[in-house]
Design a protein around this ligand. Structure first.
Ligand code: NAG
Length: 328
């Protein structure tokens, strides 16, 4: 009897396990070819990829690979997709011809903020892409979403107090209704690293890299769960308690700023992989593994901004792994 129960438990945790995704940015002048990159995903057992625009060379390389894909609409294309015919063309150019590429999500807008000029176009562009996908009968397989960042969330501690800022509420509510109607998840880029460096007085490094021992007073073992649950709490406050979140980016830089060391990054990625692949979930969403995309495949020497931005790679451009991670 107990042996049977144990087996059932083992099998159900196997089926619930999530495989890891890795974001593939190309803002570097020294990166391997698209085909070499797809091969590197395969040899490392990385079965999901995010790309940031319809990169036709990458799509060619992905044919038949079985790698599940998040494909972003290029930021500069979003406004044009408010024309339904342009959205149909977009799908007919970048999606339909690649029937042997496993598109999972089309992402419209990465870290768009309510005050950005492009914000007014996001919902219409999402709707038009969704309609164009429905015309090809792929709506069951390919979901349309948008990727938010942490600046849309306020009162994130304790996580149950999490809410969208008032600007963000106006912006996101209609988008969230769209996601719920289409049974699409919300994508969220979740960076304990930035939360940590922005609040060194209150946040322990150990808590940010999953090394905290024991419970803090509200039951959170790590900052990642706390940040994710603050978004779930925000969704509940706008009536979207059933919406799923996919973590569309998370990572830790190996150099260039406070706490940015190879050792900390190795610890963060290894612990994140084991946490999201398991079925512990978060305190607000226990028992479910968390679909997560690590940021990013390579160090990208052309990334702008802080020095850390150029050191998020899991691999050096010469394809040597920076860390000893096991992706499956
Ligand atoms: C790859 O690049 C890294 C960083 O520049 C370097 O440390 C490493 O030795 C290189 N590996 C090979 C095999 O060239």
């Amino acid at each position: 009897m107990s042996a049977i129960l144990l087996l059932v438990g083992v099998f159900s945790s196997i089926t619930a396990t999530q495989s890891i995704g890795v974001c593939y940015g190309v803002s570097g002048d020294n990166l391997p070819s698209r085909q070499e990159v797809v091969d590197l995903y395969k040899t490392n057992g990385i079965s999901r990829m995010r790309i940031y625009y319809p990169d036709e060379e990458a799509l060619q390389a992905l044919r038949g690979s079985n790698i599940e894909l998040i494909m972003d609409v290029a930021g500069e294309t979003i406004q044009s997709l408010t024309n339904p015919d342009v959205a149909i063309d977009w799908v007919n150019t970048y999606v339909t011809p690649y029937s042997d590429v496993k598109f999972k999500y089309i992402n419209v807008g990465n870290e768009v903020h309510p005050g950005d000029a492009v914000a007014q176009y996001i919902l219409t562009a999402m709707t038009n892409i969704q309609n164009a996908i429905s015309l090809t009968n792929l709506q069951g397989q390919i979901k349309v979403s948008t990727a938010i960042d942490g600046t849309l969330i306020t009162n994130s501690y304790p996580p149950s107090n999490g809410a969208f800022t008032s600007d963000a509420t106006t912006y996101i509510t209609s988008i969230i209704n769209f996601l719920a109607e289409n049974e699409s998840p919300l994508l969220a880029n979740v960076y304990p690293y930035f939360a940590y460096v922005n609040d060194l007085q209150n946040i322990d490094l150990a808590y940010a890299i999953f090394n905290q021992q024991g419970n803090n007073e509200i039951g959170y073992q790590n900052l990642f769960d706390a940040m994710l649950d603050s978004i779930y709490a925000a969704l509940e406050k706008v009536g979207a308690s059933n919406l799923q979140i996919v973590v569309s980016e998370s990572g830790w830089p190996s150099e260039g700023g406070t706490g940015a060391t190879t050792e900390n990054a190795d610890t963060y990625y290894a612990n994140l992989i084991s946490h999201v692949s398991g079925t512990s979930g978060t305190p607000m969403r226990p028992g479910v593994s968390i679909e997560t995309f690590l940021f990013a495949m390579f160090d990208e020497n052309h990334k702008l901004g802080a020095e850390t931005e150029r050191h998020f790679g899991l691999f050096f451009p010469n394809k040597t792994s920076k860390y000893s991670l096991n992706f499956n």
